[in-house]
Design a protein. Sequence first.
Length: 727
Amino acid sequence: MSKTSNINRVDGFAKVTGTATYSAEYKTPNVAYAFLVGSTIAKGRIKSIDTKKAEWAPGVLAVITHLNVDKPAGYEHPKERGNLGQPLQIFKDDTIRYYDQPIALVIADTFERMQYAASLIKAEYLKEEHTTELQKVKEKGKTPERAKDYNRGIEDGYKNAEVFLEEEYIIPTEVHNPMELANIIAKWEGNKPILYTKSQGVEGTRKSVGNVFGIAPENVEVHSEYLGGAFGMGLHTWPYEIAALIGSKKIGRPVKLVLHREQMFTNVGSRPYTIQKMGLGATKEGKLTGLTHEAVAQTSNYEDFTEATVNMSRFMYDCANVSTRYKIVETDTCTPIWMRGPGEATGSFALESAIDELAHKLNLDPIDFRKQNHADKDPELNKPWSSKYLLECYDAGMERIGWKNRKNKPGSVKEGDWFVGYGMGTGTFGSFRNATAVKAKFSADGSLVLQCSVNDMGPGTATMMTAIGAEITGIPSENVVIEMGRSGLPKGPTQGGSATTSSVGSAVHDACNLLVSKALGLAAENKTFKGVPITDLAFANGTITSKKDSKKTITLQALFGTNQLDELSVENESKGSEEAKKYSIYSFSVHFVKVLVNPNLGKIRLAHVVSCADIGTVINQKTSAGQMYGGAVGGIGMGLMESLEIDHRFGRPINNNFADYHVPVNADIEKQEVFFVNKKDPISNPMGTKGLGETALVGMAPAIANAVFNATGKRVRNLPITLDKIL
Ligand code: MOS
């Protein structure tokens, strides 16, 4: 990946000039406007709902509640979906399962009339006692089918160690809240639903909408071409999307529904509140001998949400005795959903804080301690790593952050009035490759067209596809056309789990190579190359040339002409190899931070942040660095700011806006750097890439906690690290 390794974001111009079309922006004749009215209690039943005034208000086209809804056919026989249970079936009955759960859909001919009418809906409830506080019900956990207890060696073996610690770590509920609100335009053509919606997976949306309405996925049309961020919230098809479809069917017109910012805090998932216990034991010299990681996380009262919170503890370090246990507990909230870095980010806060704490107890440098316990192969599955350059990440970060200035004794370095602390945390994430179909096409106008239904929530998928296609075919990147983000194209995967480049990139790679071979095959039959074996033909930038005699040459266009073709295309499905299954394929990252802490004010400044990652081959330095910066910033939010505060008396969020729910901004980070090892993984896929999006976040929050400890001697085990916790 040379010439193309630093091309600009191909959709950048459209995005920054406002010409990119987001779901709710599609020009749709006759569109009606909808609003979801939410419940004002957290649990109970709807006793009565008065919709009359709203129905009589000017311009109102429909008011839909559980009393008058035409229930979708699939409500009767809901299908299991992934590792979740059953999604909330909107308007199915009078049950209230969480605060702000939709109880009515109001549709009117204008936005203003819709809003006015929605304000006229009045409901009375039969309240039941709710629970939104995990701490109060944490004993009621159940082990999900997919997250069985794990033991290697002696169960809870850390207790036998010469030196050990047991600590509890807490992360609060966090919300994704991308800038672009959850939004949809829904319409029907006969029995065929058409959705312009915010989703991370076109095919997944087709499937779940098909399930709800009892329609084959092939008959569901989905457009999700541009997304203004998602961070995991687009991995679900949410009740609001079903509501818009129900509404559109009812009124026989397209319906536009955009959630309010407040509803983004209640209705489209969250990172679950999680309580973790770590037990770590080592010899006096610093060899880890036991590790136990337990987590209890919230789910909703209608779905089992499960994530890989404790999994990293099984393979991150070389340790003979490892136990992990994971439980989920029902709370009366919307179901959580993977939020960038998901469970691994949560888990890394406990593991990487505890490792730092044990290193301190042993009076060891925390990096020396980690290196001493480096896992040379995967100790969980007993397989070799496909590639692992974690040690390079440690060294690169130490150099850049100035680790040599760190003292093991907390509070021993000062700059003026500020205590200086250095901390680091390790991250990792599985690197996956999902089956992906791509069509690659040479057109008569000299362009290369690449088609796949995958979409791009922001990482730069189209740019990555362009770079790979251009590299293989020699077609200049400005002549590569990407068609993506809608149904009807060859089936791409959901954009999630940091797998898009490895999955879609590989499929582009394979399809383009097949396309070049096809072009060479066609050329070999042309009289220009009479007697020249196909192996002596080379393809570059739309022209086929004999390697032995560069005068023998023919353009694709000429070839199209001779063969009476308009285009030359290949459609191919690409997936992981059997060989790859013999290896453990993971990305690795290490985050380093230098903090300055003012002991009088409790203020924490991030003077310098460095994130180093082993993500295999870097396809595009710019978009990859962008991903790494963004993920690291997400981890900084987790470490220092983010927490959805609930008033448990009412089960409702207090800080449901961007003024009160804090996320980091530029001014919060004084200097930020990223570094990639950029060495090809020989196993993962043809390009040698591994995942990036999640590991960019995993390990950052503990790096901050560890740095704050190094600066102040205060160990904060409940995120976020706000100033009250260090005063
Ligand atoms: Mo990612 S949390 O799989 O969008």
